[in-house]
Design a protein around this ligand. Sequence first.
Ligand code: PGA
Length: 243
Amino acid sequence: MKVIITKNYEELSKAAANEMANIIKNNPKAILGLATGGSPIGMYKELIRMNKDGELDFSDITTVNLDEYVGLSGDHNQSYRYFMNENLFNHININKEKTFVPNGLAENIEEECKNYDAKIAELGGTDVQLLGIGNNGHIAFNEPDSSLVAGTHLTKLTQDTIEANARFFESIDMVPTTALTMGLGGIMKSKKIIVIASGAGKAEAVKEMVSGKINTNMPASMLQMHRDVVVIVDEAAAALLNK
Ligand code: PGA
């Protein structure tokens, strides 16, 4: 794993945007695996700026998101489809038909998961997968557990995650308790992985991801087995790393 430590969130966002921009410039038809949450918002703002300034073209780019809450429609303001539209897609020259997010309202969840993996395979896999990391070490909604799932699947959110995500909802009772998420197999198939984390609350998980024993109770530790991972963290999130 290559670890880049930045001074603060702003620099982290710029460093991550530069990594992503290089991939897009090298391959204007790249398939980008994208993520939601607080961590990537600054990076998306920087990508929007680059697009507006004419430095970056998204017209041939395809995107595939990691996960979606079950039970929220794409126009619910806490759905991940809505998040992606609001924080990125509505502000860049991307063709929305080429942006994929699992359908949290699918009647047949099993089929939706199978189709999602088939879609990614048909696209030839992702050239890069962006990831945040949960305080508990989850990646996407692959929560700490005694076993992990390879493909896209239905998962129950842990209490930790529900509490962490409650900040985005009117009350904790409104946080969905299940989600569709890409599995560890899908994530590990990406040609490159970029992980971003900011703030002291992530320091323990970042340490375990980078140098802890590989185990399913720390899903991010699995990333040690991938050959091209760039971890971009600010000083607070890097506080427990051996320098
Ligand atoms: P955050 O979430 O970016 O909102 O901190 C990261 C995650 O839970 O994967």
